[in-house]
Every structure is written in C-alpha cells, then in structure tokens.
Design a binder for this molecule. Structure first.
Ligand code: 13P
Ligand code: SF4
Length: 370
C-alpha cells in the first residue's frame, strides 16, 4: 500500500503536460533542473531502471548500496529516487531529517513487497507464539518490504537484509537465537539458509492464507527457518530448463543468477549474486567470456552494451522485466523535477516518525553487520 503524507501541491504543474513530450525535450528539461539545483538535488537510480533514466542518475546501485548512499549524503535537500516505493521509504528513513524524498511515479511499487503486510505478519507471529518460544525467533525482513515490516523487525530484535548481505544477517541472527522468520521472499531466505548448511527439513514455508501457515505443529517445532510465501514475479520466471538450453548452446558459458531465483535455478547456476555483484563479476571477467544471466532485463541489456568484448545472454526466452521499475520514465522524472524546483513538489514519500524510528533500528542493525 503506497502512502504519501504530503498531498501534492494543488498548484503543481500537471503530468499531462509532460506525458507526450519527445525524449530530447525531456532530457533538456531534466538537465536544466539538475543544473539549477546543483548539489541540493540527488538522483538515485536502481540498476533495473531504463538506460534513459539511469543516464540522469547521480549515483546508481543495488538496494544495499543505495541505502548506504542515501544515509551518507551530506549536501542534498531532496532525493529523487528512480526505483520502487520501498527504496524511497528506506531513503527517507536513512537520510538526514531535512532531506525530502520523492518517487517520480507513485505506482512504482514492488509486487514482492506487497506479498507481506503488517497485519499478516503480526497474525503469523502470534500464531507461532502459541507453539514456539518467540524469544528464540529473530524476524528478518528483506529490504523489499514496507517500512511497517522493517519497524516490526526493529521492535522484535530483528534486522533488515538485502540480497548483498543476506548471509551475514542470517549468521548474525543464528548467533543470537535458534530460529528465523524470514519475509517476504521465500527464495532469498531458502537459498541463503541452504548455502549456510541449514537442511530443507528444518525450513517451512509460511502461507499467510492457510491456518498455521499451512504447516503441522511438528514441522513448526522442527523449523530453524520459517519462510514467508512470497516471491519476485520477475526472477521466478527463470527456470532450470533455461539453464539447460543455455549450456547446450554455449558449453563454455557460465550462468550467473540473482538469489531471488528459485532454488532449482540457483542450484543449476555457476554463480549467485545481487545485482551489484553480478555487475562486478562481469566487469572483472576477461574478454571472450560467455554469460547466461538471470536477472532483470534492463540490467542484462545494459551489461551486454557495456561489455561488447564479452558474449552476454539473457537466460530466459521470456521478457523478464520489472514492470513497476519501468514505470519510472523520462516524463515522470521531468514532471517530478520541475515541480520540485518550482516549489510545488509532487510524490513525496514520507514515513511517519514512529515507523521510521523502529525501521531505523532494524536498518542500522543491518548496516552494522559485516
Ligand atoms: P538488489 O538490488 O538487492 O540486487 O535486489 C534486486 C531487486 O529485485 C530489487 O528490487
Ligand atoms: Fe520487486 Fe522483483 Fe521488481 Fe525487484 S524486480 S522491484 S523484487 S518485483
């Protein structure tokens, strides 16, 4: 559920004036606002954004790097986040209090983040409390979640994780308590716990639509990791058969996938990593390397363009692109920036103080974990 605390200024310039402008005109408008606002404005871009949007970003990164960057900037007074809603919320929580954060299109959400909400997680927590000692359960939320869930983790001794640091966060959690409740992405949780040696027999999937999450009391008692039944609609489209097909075509090739992919895909891949680590791995590879990459289409296409000396292939025959990330486009970016510069800001993302305070606890725990 997308929330904005500040309604748009009524005298804001309407979006309709930007919708049909040519890219060249929009590029000029965006460049002019950046020039005028200088260091007061920071545009952050997630790696899954379209190239034409990335071209205007001051800094780019994966979810982890962007949260660190939002917290570290000392000059800006506005962050325009070219990413999805939970990222803008995180930037609002981690940035200085005087910084306002904007999302150019409010419909840029994350379908995975929407698969867990506070009410369902609280229901699961109290249902689990009737069966196991909650003092021995650490809630861990993937950063792809609403601020209210990060706050839940903050209040209950838990932490946030990203695809870059999920293993370190789970190691931290297991050093303190016997069990983890991991939400909303079952795949990141399962892939990470398995790589740490947790057997599948000690993991169960919590389906919020089923009584007791769809589990027997014995399965809950045996669990070390309780995985929320959520997934990424983009990464779930990669299948083991795609890897088989790639290996037939390119026997010398290597398969590189994101840990939001299902376990069978991760098992069949050569390397698993977050978007930032996929970029680093390709950048460090010698000319002539052949890759089949399983992550969002815009990033893979960009890598192929940036590394013509390598042979980079998208792992799936389907178009696996993040439709919500794609909502951030030049018209929305221009509209958002012009209104910001003229003092009629639109699409501010502001997390309420209490939620921000507890989310910050869970985010700070993550940032402290090495
Ligand atoms: P990272 O940016 O952490 O690699 O996650 C990918 C993703 O799906 C972002 O929503
Ligand atoms: Fe959410 Fe998946 Fe899109 Fe990332 S790629 S924003 S997890 S739907």
């Amino acid at each position: 559920m997308i929330q904005t605390l500040n309604p748009p200024a009524t005298d804001a310039i309407p979006f309709a004036l930007y919708r049909d402008l040519e890219s060249s005109a929009l590029n000029e408008i965006i460049a002019a606002v950046k020039q005028k606002m200088g260091r007061e404005l920071l545009i952050l871009g997630h790696h899954y954004q379209q190239d034409e949007v990335i071209a205007h970003a001051d800094l780019t990164g994966d979810s982890f790097k962007l949260s660190q960057l939002a917290g570290r900037d000392h000059d800006c007074r506005a962050i325009v986040f070219c990413g999805v809603h939970f990222m803008a919320e995180t930037a609002d929580i981690l940035s200085r209090p005087e910084v306002a954060v904007y999302l150019p299109d409010l419909s840029a959400g994350c379908s995975m983040a929407d698969m867990a909400d506070l009410e369902a997680v609280e229901d699961a927590w109290s249902e689990l409390g009737g069966q196991i000692d909650l003092e021995q359960v650490t809630p861990v939320t993937y950063i792809n979640s609403a601020a209210s869930l990060k706050a839940f983790c903050g209040r209950h001794g838990g932490a946030v994780c990203t695809s870059s640091n999920a293993r370190a966060v789970l190691e931290w959690a297991f050093s303190r308590r016997a069990r983890v409740l991991f939400f909303p992405d079952q795949h990141l949780g399962r892939n990470t716990a398995r790589a740490m040696g947790v057997p599948l027999a000690n993991m169960c999937v919590w389906d919020p639509r089923q009584p007791n999450g769809g589990n027997s009391p014995e399965a809950i008692a045996a669990s070390r990791v309780l995985l929320w039944k959520g997934h990424c609609s983009v990464h779930q489209m990669f299948k083991p058969g795609h890897i088989k097909q790639f290996r037939t075509l390119f026997p010398q090739g290597k398969v590189l996938v994101h840990p939001e992919c299902m376990m069978e895909v991760v098992d069949a891949a050569d390397i698993v990593g977050s978007t930032e680590s996929i970029i680093r791995t390709v950048a460090a590879a010698p000319a002539g390397s052949i890759w089949g990459i399983g992550t969002e289409l815009h990033l893979v296409n960009r890598l192929a363009k940036q590394h013509p000396e390598q042979s980079i292939h998208f792992l799936s025959p389907m178009v696996c692109m993040c439709a919500t990330m794609y909502r951030i486009d030049l018209p929305h970016l221009a509209w958002c920036l012009v209104n910001l510069e003229r003092g009629t800001p639109v699409n501010r993302i502001a997390v309420d103080a209490e939620t921000a305070r507890w989310s910050r606890v869970a985010l700070d725990r993550m940032l402290e974990i090495r």
